[in-house]
Design a protein around this ligand. Structure first.
Ligand code: FES
Length: 124
């Protein structure tokens, strides 16, 4: 049973391996921005949509983060590649740095993300 820190995000079937991300509104460090969730090798991971190089959104079109191979997350601005499983930059100008991770869980066909001390849900 997930506690109230977990927010429903999407259906599990909305995320396909190497496919389009689901974007969601968050407040990170007091700023309203976007998070994104992807599926890679069966596992769902989520990150703040902010490159580890320059604080810019990464998708080249909304929800498109994977490179052509579907293996790496790619920043549209300068082409940094990130490991989908842990957000670590493996190539490009920010090698060794990581995306800001958001905890995820999947239960009964639903994907959830978890709020934290510096990561809040946006209430409309
Ligand atoms: S802003 Fe992402 S690689 Fe430069």
């Amino acid at each position: 049973m997930l506690d109230s820190s977990w927010q429903p995000l999407c259906a599990s079937t909305d995320l396909q391996n190497g496919g389009r991300a689901v974007l969601f509104d968050i407040r990170y460090g007091g700023q309203t921005c976007l998070g994104f969730a992807v599926r890679h090798e069966g596992a769902v991971t989520a990150y703040v949509n902010r490159c580890a190089h320059v604080a810019m959104e990464m998708d080249w079109r909304p929800g498109h983060f994977f490179d052509e191979s579907g293996r790496w997350l790619m920043c549209a601005t300068h082409g940094a590649l990130f490991e989908p499983a842990n957000g670590q930059c493996v190539a490009g100008p920010c090698v060794g740095r990581s995306l800001i991770s958001i905890s995820c869980s999947e239960q009964n066909g639903v994907v959830y993300w978890q709020t934290a001390h510096n990561l809040e849900a946006v209430v409309f």
